[in-house]
Ligand binder design. Structure first.
Ligand code: PGA
Length: 244
């Protein structure tokens, strides 16, 4: 049985104050295994409210991104210092939507990881290939480059979220064998090239309450990064209430 399964809700740019309050109160009422880390990542403006709402519950808070500097002339960005001050224990970095819409490169992501670690916020590092690279068969090469350029050597514990871009929000999910191949390959690469052995490997991309348990059991992943289904009370509740 997997220890400390991480269920990371990536709310993306969804939910308002009322719907967030409603969802959190439902999540708080669930009886869930102590082995689950139930991590919720709201948009920045919701973070202070969610921080208050999750008091004395098992829910942990994360941010969806951070800047790679602690402060400075970066209009529209948010600092890891403030993210930490408002109770976030985790921060998602390198999500493919950030890479696509904000032109984030591996070097930026590397710097974000550094600043998160410096501030004792645990980064959840996203990697994953496009459909074209999957078809061409060069997906592992691409993911290795992401890992090589984003991850500092000898990091203590590392959380990697494998999110194939073609799977995000599409309902398409890689096969069990495909996920296992990427998991084992990433672990091997990180051990050899970065001297990192303590790796939590999450899968993300169209995860729901129907496919999650099969993915977890057969692929032996340490959890999931969940977008769309994390917004649906029934879906996320069924995942969290599962047999861990
Ligand atoms: P999805 O998103 O579960 O809606 O596919 C996952 C993610 O982008 O983190």
């Amino acid at each position: 049985m997997a220890q400390n399964t991480l269920i990371v809700s990536n709310w993306k740019m969804n939910l308002n104050l009322i719907s967030a309050k409603k969802l959190i109160s439902k999540l708080k009422a669930l009886k869930i295994s102590k082995n689950i880390k139930n991590i919720v990542c709201p948009q920045y403006l919701l973070i202070p409210h969610v921080k208050d709402l999750i008091k004395s519950s098992q829910i942990l808070l994360g941010a969806q991104d951070c800047h790679f500097e602690e402060k400075g002339p970066y209009t529209g960005d948010s600092s890891i210092v403030l993210i930490k001050e408002f109770g976030c224990k985790y921060v998602i970095v390198g999500h493919s939507e950030r890479r696509a819409f904000h032109k984030e490169e591996n070097l930026h992501i590397r710097n974000k990881i550094d600043i998160a670690i410096k501030n004792s916020v645990i980064p959840i590092v996203c990697v994953g290939e496009s459909y074209l690279l999957r078809q061409k068969g060069s997906y592992l090469k691409f993911i290795f480059k992401q890992l090589d350029e984003c991850i500092p050597k000898k990091m203590g514990q590392l959380i990697v979220a494998y999110e194939p871009i073609w799977s995000i929000g599409t309902g398409l999910v890689p096969s069990v064998d495909d996920i296992i191949e990427v998991k084992e390959s990433c672990k091997g690469f990180l051990k050899k090239n970065k001297k990192i052995e303590d790796i939590k490997f999450l899968y993300g991309g169209s995860v729901n309450s129907k496919n999650f348990f099969e993915i977890r059991e057969k692929c032996k992943v340490d959890g999931a990064l969940i977008g769309g289904a994390s917004l649906l009370e029934k879906e996320i509740s069924n995942i969290l209430k599962g047999d861990f």
